[in-house]
Design a protein around this ligand. Structure first.
Ligand code: ZN
Length: 168
């Protein structure tokens, strides 16, 4: 398998812009990808991670919010409602910066666990935000794509200024 690294890909890496592919079978390779993802997420203290963030173009996300821990294979957004911009959002792939992003207040995602079980997770607040954020990664989208051009520019300037001291 190419690009199996525990290091998280950062902004500018083409892996973050590549749409992820459906996982055909939950095999040892997929289990290993999940292990590496979860390890990277826990080490970085993130609320979630998506496979493209470790350079793997597969539809897999992990969430770790408010004591709720999930790994989902081939997740699909089932529903979302409401709208909030209250919470500042960041990303392990754009370390050190954050910005308010408008998201649905409530989101339901369906997917398959590593045991092959179909589950549905409904989240509110931070979990809803994490679900939407990680789903975006599977389509090559980053949170800053949701910002206005001016906000995005200022966020990227801030990011570039702090990048030298941030070995990722
Ligand atoms: Zn992210």
């Amino acid at each position: 398998m190419q690009g199996k690294k525990s290091s998280i890909r950062t902004f500018g890496d083409p892996a973050l812009r590549r749409p992820a592919e459906v996982v055909e079978a939950i095999d040892d390779e997929v289990r290993e990808i999940c292990r590496v993802m979860v390890e990277a997420m826990l080490r970085a203290g993130g609320a979630g991670i998506a496979a493209p963030q470790i350079g793997i173009a597969k539809r897999i996300i992990a969430l770790d919010v408010d004591g709720q821990f999930h790994v989902l294979i081939n997740p699909a957004l089932v529903s979302s409602e409401g709208e909030t911009e209250e919470t500042t959002e960041g990303c392990l792939s754009v370390p050190g910066v954050s910005a308010p992003v408008t998201r649905s207040t409530r989101a339901t995602v369906a997917g398959t666990t590593l045991d092959g079980e179909r589950i549905e997770i409904t989240g509110e607040g931070l979990l809803a935000r994490a679900i939407q954020h990680e789903m975006d990664h599977l389509d090559g989208q980053l949170f800053l794509d949701h910002l206005s051009p001016a906000r995005r520019r200022s966020l990227l300037q801030q990011y570039k200024r702090r990048k030298p001291d941030e070995e990722g």
